[in-house]
Design a protein around this ligand. Sequence first.
Ligand code: FE2
Ligand code: FE2
Length: 544
Amino acid sequence: MDKIAMPTKVLSASAWVAIERPHRWGGLIGCIQDDGNAERGFILGYEGEHFSFGLSTSGADDGDGRLTYLRGGTPFVPGRWHHVAATFDGSRMRLYVDGQLDAESTDQSGQVIYDPAAPFVIGSYRDSNEDYVLDGRLLSVRLEQEAWTAKAVRSAFQKQAALTKFEPWTDTVFGFLVEPYLTWPTQKAMSVLFETTLPSTASIRVRRDSDPEESAVEFPLVDSNSLHECRLTGLDPDQKYFYRVVAHSNDEMSVESPLLSFRTAASPGKAFTFVVIGDTQTQGDVAKRVSDLAWMHRPNLVVHAGDLVDTGTSKRDWTDVFFPSMQPLIGRVPLMPVLGNHEQDARHYYDYMSLPEPERWYSFRFGDAEFFMIDGNRSLADQSAQLSWLKGALSASRAKWRFAVLHQPPYTSDSNDYGDTTMGSSLRGDPNVRNIIGLLERFGVDICFSGHVHDYERTFPIREEEVRAYEDGGVIYVTAAGGGGHLEDFDPTNTWFGHKKARYHHLVYVAIHGDHLEFQAIDQHGKLFDVLALEKRRRGKSRR
Ligand SMILES: [Fe+2]
Ligand SMILES: [Fe+2]
């Protein structure tokens, strides 16, 4: 459509719509551009389970346009017909749902401004870098260069109000939206989580591998939710268990997982292995290759260094990219992550993870190791709550091996995240997380794992801003951010601490047995490109 025909002074838009699966953003009718450079146009659409009306006008223009998203207060019912209408009379935006005023704003005034390149679209929220297609049905979409009155909107609704009497209908098939996966392993407990496409009740049957099927213990999940979280307790240490999830929808459809298995956390003195993966993010196919490679190793534990997804607030990034790419690994091996910046501290992270309190940071024991899981997005300044916790947790630790895990690297030879190294200097690491270095050295942390910079790096052991032998209390910093995000590069000149570097998608594999630690870095195709062995006994008394 020619942009000249788009309404400018006043406008009204409406649609009859039945949305089947809500998205973070959705569009019914509009002509929009919304990115860092421009906010122009209008859109009648939805955000999650609420309708919304986005508009940019001359009165609110800050130079490159500014959009107001007026969000309705009434959630829509998936699969049910709703009438939604947006009006703008030159000074007031109004949003109506089923003939009733649902929200209004005077934030915008004057003429509607458009981006000349923006397409006019029905049935999607689409601009130059987004395209969220409607999953649902649309009927009688209208756009007019006039501002309808409340009465006119009500009468438009009433003409076809019979549509709202239809039973909500979707073609959503009952099944697992997210297959069962494991988190938070201890010697006596394990968390199982899964999500079904529709609300369900469920149960999990659990038994030791050597016990007969009849002896399985059943953990019931009686609340009708889509996302279920179950803490399996009363388990034995370092023991293999079988488990199976069965879920029932409200209308008596059911879905059953295959017979799955896990092993509880190793007791002190027992050997175990773990993998570290970071920044799985955008490329699901790469993340799947890395995760399948991890699975091939049959580790006891998966540690994730953050940036699990690309957009933490986007549910589809979790359900359609992260979880499918991490199976079958996390259906059998528990996952323990830290928050990356791309998680955006979104609710989805806390909903999908079952972790020790307060979840955003925590520590846990596994065999002879203790892991200190840090949120590098939150303050680690001297008086911060997190740094106080870290100090207390490290000083109380009796574990032989100590690992810190956080998304942002304290030391990195990266090319441009902390200064442009082709043209100038770099901070060589994240200024906020730098404040943990003294604690890691003081409390004898062996390896600090990070993500964020999409490549692989293992530093020389570092103590007091100098390269010092590991045996002398030096801490080794490993960036393992090759899980799927687009690769980054290194400073063209080596840093004072820079040791092994690799620009591959990869994982890190670690095996611990008593005083011995074996460490390998392996690329997505299985090629071993870095190895390290540490002997605990030879490490001198660190300054505890
Ligand atoms: Fe990342
Ligand atoms: Fe990141």
